[in-house]
Design a protein around this ligand. Structure first.
Ligand code: TMP
Ligand code: MG
Length: 196
């Protein structure tokens, strides 16, 4: 269990009565979704009402599930933009959000509101895009978070811990949904962003 996990037995149980924001951020193939699913499952086991959201943009595997690279999956609601989340999460104790980098900037306020409503909000997303630049609302989400977990992948060139995502196909669209066909995890030494 991660030491920051609020379900850590060492934390007082009163903690659960307050809202909180957790952000799991890192490059591709670093286990973000795996970690999000792990935390959400534990909340489900605790019989808490859990709602999970992902942006409509990510159609890589399934429209109704969040799926990690290890094929671990959990049911989710696909939403067009962050504004839809507040109403749909009305009765939830715990709110999960995957692929947060693809949401609009309004997600930051939505997350604040959910936490104000005493909900535990757990967000996973790419911190950096293929250029090595902060991605969408992620920088602000990292700032407002109570708990931040940075995940590392393994660099495909060096076998060392990797924090960057290399796009291995051509194209300068910021959003280009894909998997190992288009991206590799790299450490700083082997990451080469496109020239500006
Ligand atoms: P993942 O972090 O769950 O592996 O998924 C990241 C998704 O983001 C994947 O579909 C590829 C996509 N992506 C972009 O659209 N633009 C980018 O710059 C990067 C690095 C990834
Ligand atoms: Mg993922």
């Amino acid at each position: 269990m991660h030491p920051n996990d609020p379900f850590n037995a060492e934390l007082p149980s009163e903690h659960l009565h307050f809202g909180s924001v957790e952000v799991i951020a890192g490059c591709m193939f670093s286990g973000k979704t795996e970690e999000l699913i792990r935390r959400l499952r534990r909340a489900q086991i605790a019989k808490l009402k859990v709602e999970i959201f992902k942006p409509q943009i990510d159609t890589r595997y399934s429209r109704q599930e969040i799926v990690s690279h290890c094929e671990n999956r959990i049911d989710s609601i696909v939403v067009k933009d962050s504004g839809n989340i507040i109403v749909l999460a009305k009765d939830a104790h715990v709110v999960g959000i995957d692929e947060a980098q693809f949401f609009d900037d309004g997600l930051v306020d939505v997350v604040e509101q959910l936490a104000q409503q005493n909900k535990r909000v757990i967000i996973a997303g790419l911190d950096l895009d293929y250029r090595g630049k902060p991605f969408g609302p992620m920088p602000n989400l990292l700032c407002i978070a109570d708990y931040v977990t940075k995940t590392l992948a393994i660099c495909m060139k060096s076998g060392l811990p990797a924090s960057r995502t290399q796009r291995i196909v051509s194209g300068d669209r910021l959003i280009d949904v894909g998997h190992t066909d288009k991206y590799e995890a790299r450490n700083r030494a082997y990451f080469s962003p496109p020239s500006e």
